[in-house]
Design a protein around this ligand. Structure first.
Ligand code: ADP
Length: 515
């Protein structure tokens, strides 16, 4: 959750969605692991629980909880368990290798978030989990807390920010997770004899969302969703796409604290200053007229950086352009982009690593922003680009398809440049199309910039859609409760309320938590 810990879009979303929901009048609490990078003192957090016990498998884990609150934002709770979270990385080490104990770390965290509600006496209507890391929340609610006075009424919503990461681990972890082997089944947690966190979460959640309508559609298509398509399609109306918004306090060229000059659609002068500053910072030739193309992101296959690597020299040789690249990830891509400015001195600049200020400056100082993603659940950078008058060049997939309107040369309309085929040539020629438009039809470029800057990507609109989805989750839960038999692993008691008149098959000592 930005600004405490962020590796990608989810960090932005958790900060801005929670703030937008609070603005709408809801009582929102955010729970985050106290990762090694979070400085408790600087974040202004104070201890709220000295010790909290969380049952995992057949043992109790102990942790401490801090709470931070800043004006206009939802209170944030940090779960401190130093063995699990006090590390350099969030999900993986410096060599991009996932931590072996990730299933234990995030099962514990999911369970701890619910235990926290009990220990601080907070009764939620909705518990909103994100991605595989907190997908288990939906299952814990159903399996362990169905008859809990505080949590028994809570419905769950699970958001998929990236279906490619599902949290698939050896089943030897399943005892610790503690959801009962009767849920290690094909529709729920079992996946080719391993445990799949996201798939199980989808099964148990009262409502599932993906972060853009097109991505939601794509991952339901046969063969889509990295194997999850049948399970997502089976959810029917309980699965939908809601486009992320962007945080206009953090990403607004009129007030952005990371920029050397400010600007708006009415006065673009500051953008020229940002371009000059960016060129200086990245040791590029000071040339206000050259087309400057930027890109930022994680160097992973999904983002299409291998396509950029394969065509960037051709582009730099053939076209009058400059490039800035900011990112980190796969080592061979890091080496390539680190070395590029040596070979293309004055026309290519790069920074390998994570740098928030530079990300803001690239959005402001560039003329074009490149996102040739193989798939893109939503993507935030293209929305930041539009807001900053920087035209996106994107592959038409997922959220990029939903947010970027392709340039129409005849009408001079649109707000970016799109291509469909994931190939080097498609990317090369689309960059060529954008660059030639920049030099040959500047009036069109200006119109597109101004149109893009006026588009509304505010969180208010998306937050209202989430509120509707929460309401749907509550209805779905009520409906499920009215006919579903619940058995708790914990109490072995049948639900006393309306659900109790339904048939339950339960043989011997085996307990059957089910939805
Ligand atoms: P994803 O969540 O898949 O990484 P998004 O486009 O949704 O992609 O969000 C990425 C977010 O992370 C953006 O805010 C982007 O600016 C930021 N980001 C990614 N890499 C870096 C980096 N190296 N330095 C600074 N910010 C970065």
């Amino acid at each position: 959750m930005s600004p405490y810990a962020k590796v990608g879009g989810l960090g932005d979303v958790s900060a801005s969605l929670s703030a937008a929901l609070k603005k709408l009048g809801h009582d929102v609490r955010v729970v985050v692991p106290r990762y090694g990078c979070i400085d408790i003192e600087k974040s202004g957090a104070a201890v709220t629980l000295n010790s909290m016990g969380v049952w995992m498998g057949n043992k109790e884990e102990w942790c401490m909880v801090y709470r931070a609150e800043s004006s206009g934002k939802a209170p944030v709770y940090f779960i401190e368990h130093s063995v699990f979270f006090d590390r350099d990385g969030l999900y993986h080490d410096n060599n991009m290798s996932d931590y072996d104990d990730n299933p234990l770390r995030f099962a514990f965290f999911s369970r701890a978030a619910l235990q926290l509600c009990k220990d601080i006496n907070f009764k939620p209507d909705i518990v909103h989990g994100n991605d595989w890391q907190t997908a288990l929340v939906s299952a814990y609610l159903k399996v362990w807390h169905w008859n809990d006075p505080l949590l028994g009424g809570a419905a769950s919503l699970l958001t998929i920010h990236n279906a490619a990461y599902q949290g698939i681990y050896p089943k030897s972890n399943y005892d610790y997770i503690g959801l009962g082997w009767q849920n290690f089944t094909e529709p729920a947690f079992e996946s080719y004899d391993k445990v799949n966190f996201l798939k199980g979460g989808i099964h148990f959640a009262d409502m599932v969302t993906a972060v853009s309508p097109t991505f939601a559609k794509e991952i339901c298509e046969p063969g889509g969703g990295f194997g999850l398509a049948p399970y997502l399609s089976a959810k029917g109306s309980k699965f939908k796409g809601i486009l992320n918004g962007i945080d206009y306090e953090e990403w607004d060229p009129q007030i952005d604290i990371h920029l050397p000059a400010h600007y708006s659609a009415d006065d673009l002068d500051g953008k020229k200053k940002c371009k000059r500053y960016l060129q200086k910072l990245f040791c590029l030739k000071n040339d206000p007229k050259v087309a400057l193309i930027g890109t930022i992101g994680r160097f992973v296959d999904q983002k299409g950086f291998h396509l950029i690597r394969n065509i960037i020299e051709r582009v730099l040789d053939d076209m009058h352009v400059q490039f800035v690249i900011l990112g980190s990830g796969e080592k061979n891509l890091e080496w390539f982009f680190q070395d590029l400015p040596v070979r293309y001195s004055g026309s290519a600049g790069s920074y390998i690593g994570y740098h928030n200020e530079r990300a803001h400056l690239i959005e402001a100082g560039c003329d074009f922003f490149l996102m040739p993603s193989l798939f893109e659940p939503c993507g935030l950078n293209q929305m930041y680009s539009l807001r900053y008058g920087t035209l996106p060049i994107v592959r038409a997939t997922g959220g990029l398809e939903d947010t970027v309107e392709n340039y129409d040369e005849a009408a001079g309309s649109g707000n970016g440049f799109k291509f469909w085929e994931s190939s080097e040539n498609a990317l090369y020629y689309t960059i060529g199309w954008a660059v030639s438009t920049y030099y040959d039809r500047p009036a069109h470029i200006r119109k597109m910039m101004l149109d893009g800057m006026k588009r509304d990507f505010s969180w208010e609109t998306s937050a209202e859609k989430y509120v509707k989805a929460y309401a749907a989750a509550i209805e779905n839960k009520k409906e499920a409760d009215s006919y579903t038999p619940y058995y708790s692993v914990e109490s072995k008691k049948k639900k006393p309320a309306s659900a109790s008149n339904k048939k339950i098959s339960n043989s011997g000592n085996e307990i059957t938590p089910s939805v």
